[in-house]
Ligand binder design. Structure first.
Ligand code: PLP
Length: 458
């Protein structure tokens, strides 16, 4: 591609991105399509000869955009909404252009050192102690898998060479994310050795049940080695009692990992600092700036008080990657299953500098305020019930009817294309989640979505 062709296509694309980010409201949040629709519209094999950029862009607009679920839409209320904020997009564009690979410090010093700096800044925003070492992974699932691997390393250093030993047992609440079990699968602990600890009426891990499960396993000759506390569970955003769980971990010598993938960002707010109380004594913690911290996917921040153990679990340096700076510099590949690593910290640096802590706090506070208002609106309508507390900006509710009626209501709401909400199950019942978290979402958006739900209810 000639430089001038690149320049003109890039300008056109940036103009499109600017318009898209300013107003995606004209687009349906969910595409109107069936599985296979896009595949059937695209050629089965790649072109033999290169095509002009104009034709590629034409197909992007005609075929790709209509098949997109617009996560960046201010009326995207499903799962945990996220934001490709404009500063984050700019950082992402530059990291694509630089295409550096942070294997070791020498392979691109800026990658390594900016990662150290941004993780240090984020650590301070979250109120974590200075001793916490930060590293960026792609996702929280991968971060949690690394925590479980480090926990295994602490409990059984021989496992690295000889393979996983039998009998290691891991604990997390019934409400914990499926990534905990997947992590246990990946590092050879096995699903059967994951104990799902019952939760209380507000969906928080019951510490008495945790202790009982550990005691039972110890008596059976098993080796409890890791407990995962969740701050902001996936279904209802409940907050496990981290300080008490850490205390149990300390008593029994377990690694304690805190999965704060979604809600951890809220610890930036002084009024929400309590959610990470006790986390300063945990071994590790994961929080996703690509969820509620205005950063385009993917970027997950992992912190650990025991980088020495994490490193022991993963370091393996082939000769061709040895450098004269080893020993003086941080080589992030030593702390990760991945060797090659994108320049992810650049977009976080753009976001943190562009918004500042106060700017981020104001947005999160606005989201929480809108969530509380929807919670109150649900409470005020006799036809609906809220099924869990609303500590942040995700409201879990149901129409007072059957699961089928709730499912049908959700389908009708989503079929309008005006919003996208998702569901979960709590206490065995189908629950609708109204999740607020996009940077562009306004009070008018959430009020209109709530009116739509009310209108479409049976
Ligand atoms: N942990 C929690 C509490 C989550 O809610 C999620 C996803 O929503 C994850 C982990 C997994 O996040 P990721 O997609 O970054 O792996």
């Amino acid at each position: 591609m000639q430089t001038e062709d690149f320049r003109s296509a890039a300008h056109e694309i940036v103009d499109w991105i600017a318009d898209y980010l300013e107003n995606p409201r004209d687009l349906p949040v969910l595409p109107d399509m069936q599985p296979g629709d896009l595949v059937s519209r695209l050629p089965g094999s790649a072109p033999e000869q290169g095509e002009p950029m104009g034709r590629i862009l034409e197909d992007f607009h005609k075929l790709i955009v209509p098949a997109v679920t617009h996560w960046n839409h201010p009326r995207f209320m499903a799962y945990f909404p996220s934001s490709a904020s404009p500063p984050g997009v700019l950082g992402e564009m530059l990291s694509a252009a630089l295409n550096t690979n942070a294997i070791v410090w020498k392979s691109s010093p800026a990658n390594t050192e900016l990662e150290m700096v941004t993780m240090g800044w984020l650590r301070q925003w979250l109120g974590l102690p200075e001793e916490f070492f930060g590293i960026i992974y792609d996702t929280a699932s991968v971060g949690t898998m690394h925590a479980i691997a480090a926990a295994r390393e602490m409990a059984d250093p021989e496992a690295r060479n000889k393979g996983a030993t039998r009998g290691l047992t891991l604990y997390a609440s019934q409400q914990a994310h499926s990534s905990v079990e997947k992590g246990a699968i990946a590092v050879g602990v096995g699903r059967e050795n994951v104990r799902k600890i019952p939760a209380d009426a507000e969906f928080r891990m019951r510490v008495d049940a945790l202790v009982e499960a550990i005691e039972t396993d110890r008596k059976a000759g098993l080796k409890p080695f890791c407990v995962v506390a969740t701050v902001g569970t996936t279904s209802s955003t409940s907050v496990d009692p981290v300080a008490e769980i850490v205390q149990v971990a300390e008593k029994y010598g377990l690694w304690c990992h805190v999965d704060a993938a979604y809600a951890g960002a809220a610890a930036i707010l002084p009024e929400c600092r309590w959610i990470l109380q006790g986390a300063e004594r945990a071994h590790s913690l994961v929080v996703n700036p690509h969820k509620w911290l205005l950063t385009p996917a993917d970027l997950s921040a992992f912190f650990t008080r025991r980088p020495d153990i994490l490193r022991r679990a993963f370091t393996l340096v082939p000769e061709y990657l040895r450098t004269s700076q080893d020993g003086k510099a941080t080589n992030f590949m030593d702390y990760s299953i991945a060797m090659g690593r994108r320049f992810r910290s650049l977009k976080l640096w753009f976001v943190m500098r562009s918004y500042g802590k106060e700017g981020v706090a104001e947005i999160l506070r606005r989201h929480i305020g809108m969530g509380q208002r929807i919670a109150a609106a649900v409470d005020a309508d006799q036809r609906f019930e809220r099924v869990s507390p609303t500590p942040f900006s995700v409201v879990c509710f149901r129409y007072k009817g059957s699961d089928e009626e709730n499912r049908a209501l959700l389908d009708r709401v989503n079929a309008t294309g005006k919003t996208f909400l998702s569901h979960t199950e709590l206490n065995g019942r189908f629950v609708i989640r109204f999740a607020i978290g996009n940077v562009g979402t306004t009070q008018q958006d959430v009020d209109e979505i709530w009116s739509l739900i009310q209108q479409l209810a049976p």
